[in-house]
Ligand binder design. Structure first.
Ligand code: ZN
Length: 79
């Protein structure tokens, strides 16, 4: 059975951030905020893994993530 063709789009290069995900520290219901300017998706940063770890563990209250919708969905940050 062929897999969903969307899975082929894993080699994303140069995706653009569409949402800001604010640091979750102290925020009971953090919501992503639509970005109006041009920012590149944080997933492309060389330090992405440590950023994501920090953000996810809520260790840094000043760390915000800039993500495209596709990556945000993959990370289960949005539906
Ligand atoms: Zn992205």
């Amino acid at each position: 059975m062929p897999k969903d063709s969307q899975e082929k789009a894993t080699t994303i290069s140069g995706c653009r951030a569409e949402f800001i995900f604010y640091a979750q520290a102290g925020v009971p219901d953090p919501r992503p905020v639509k970005i109006l300017g041009e920012y590149s998706c944080d997933c492309q940063r060389p330090d992405w893994e440590s950023r994501w770890r920090d953000w996810n563990s809520r260790q840094n209250p000043y760390l915000n993530l800039f993500l495209c919708a596709e990556h945000a969905r993959k990370l289960k940050l949005i539906e």
